[in-house]
Design a protein around this ligand. Structure first.
Ligand code: NAD
Ligand code: WQD
Length: 343
């Protein structure tokens, strides 16, 4: 049976999706430049998946590296039936400092992946989009038909990425794309063997809280307590990374069966504040998370949560894991790997 090609395969969401696909009976081939992930992920995937991952180290902007993936899949499996394109740079703050690198990597990478698919006659692609394409939403919960707006170069790469793919489909109806708009992925595989391993100081809330819980950071800086939310701190739709991974399995099945494109939110529909999350994490880790109120972070919005109904109506997928499970699984990963994949 043809395999699924994952780009950005050793990253946080890619590695969890790799396992979810194998559990659902798919063969997988991964490609990653390792610019933001560790090769040790591959050892953990071997351990958890019970077989050695088929992997190519390379940059998706390198046509030869992508051709190697298709050739390898031809010999190891019956070729490639679809691509899930995770490979991208994702730090919002960094994207303001290095906009050209973000445009080049994220948009150049997407075009290169589509060119390779065209060379090899593959037409189904799942695109990692983001709730960031909704900018500051006009109403909540956010449906897929809400207005789109990018507020930073990273967000632009997701919005323009979606537009490029829509343009491609209009010119050639053989392409089928799943535009998956992720809300805030958190948590880790329940084994505690793979999880999020950010480099340097974490930008995102849960990995920061995890490092406070494990004693690597003294306290959580809560960015703003005067938002228009019940406790004044920012509200987001946190989604367990394993639910998110299963959303990709559902999207691939949808593309294969329906032979049409799809745009869906992947969220839970439930918003939690920064303080809710810190409290829930403290309970999971059985320790207090000290917090210090700090000024708002530029560009942040009050609240953001999905209307997840369309994903269930179209693909039969919905998130099933709650905040306590997200925190417990993150804590299992963080406490047993305090330095991430570095021993
Ligand atoms: P991640 O940084 O953990 O994984 C991305 C992977 O892509 C890394 O392993 C990195 O080494 C690789 N990569 C980057 N550029 C590459 C290139 N040119 N060639 C080959 N490999 C390259 O990030 P993640 O959280 O797993 O995110 C995966 C995707 O989901 C990204 O497209 C991201 O923009 C999107 N997304 C993430 C979030 C989030 O909060 N984590 C939310 C919405 C969307
Ligand atoms: C969540 C809440 C912060 C850190 C980002 C990207 C978005 C998407 C997901 C990729 C906010 C507060 C955070 C801290 C805090 N990524 N916070 N102290 O900003 O909703 O979304 O990741 O597509 O594009 O923008 O997530 O985890 O950074 O913040 O108080 O140390 O936690 O202000 O209210 P965000 P986040």
């Amino acid at each position: 049976m043809p395999a699924i090609l994952l780009t950005g395969a050793t990253g946080y969401i890619g590695s969890h999706t790799w396992l979810a696909l194998q559990s659902a009976g798919f063969d997988v081939i991964g490609v990653d430049s390792l610019v933001n992930s560790s090769p040790k992920v591959l050892d953990r995937l071997t351990e958890l998946g019970g077989r050695e991952p088929v992997f190519v180290e390379g940059d998706v902007r390198d046509a030869a590296a992508l051709d190697r993936c298709f050739e390898l899949a031809g010999t190891r499996f019956g070729g490639i039936s679809a691509v899930v394109h995770f490979a991208a740079l994702k730090a919002v703050g960094e994207s303001n400092e290095r906009p050209l690198d973000y445009y080049e990597n994220n948009l150049g990478g997407l075009l290169s992946v589509c060119q390779a698919m065209k060379r090899h006659g593959v037409t189904d692609l799942v695109f990692s989009s983001s709730a960031t394409v909704y900018g500051k939403p006009e109403s909540l919960p956010i449906t897929e038909s809400a207005a789109l707006k990018a507020t930073n170069p990273y967000g632009q790469t997701k919005l323009i990425g979606e537009e490029l793919l829509r343009g491609l489909e209009q010119c050639d109806a053989s392409w089928h794309f799943a535009y998956l708009r992720y809300f805030n992925p958190v948590g880790a595989h329940p084994s505690g063997r793979i999880g999020e391993d950010p480099r340097g100081i974490p930008n995102n809330l849960m990995p920061y809280v995890a490092q406070v819980a494990v004693g690597k950071r003294a306290h959580l800086n809560v960015f703003g307590n005067d938002y228009d939310t019940p406790d004044g701190t920012g509200v987001r739709d946190y989604i367990h990374v394993c639910d998110l991974a299963e959303g990709h399995v559902a999207a691939l099945r949808y593309l294969a069966e329906q032979k049409r494109s799809l745009t869906v939110n992947l969220g839970t529909g439930q918003g939690y504040s920064v303080l809710d999350l810190a409290r829930a994490y403290g309970e999971a880790a059985d320790r207090e998370i000290p917090v210090v109120f700090a000024p708002r972070r530029p560009g942040d919005i009050d609240a953001c949560y999905a209307d997840p109904a369309k994903a269930f109506e179209t693909m039969g997928w919905r998130a099933t894991r709650g905040l306590a499970e997200m925190c417990a699984d993150s804590w299992r990963w963080q406490s047993s790997n305090p330095n991430g994949f570095e021993a």
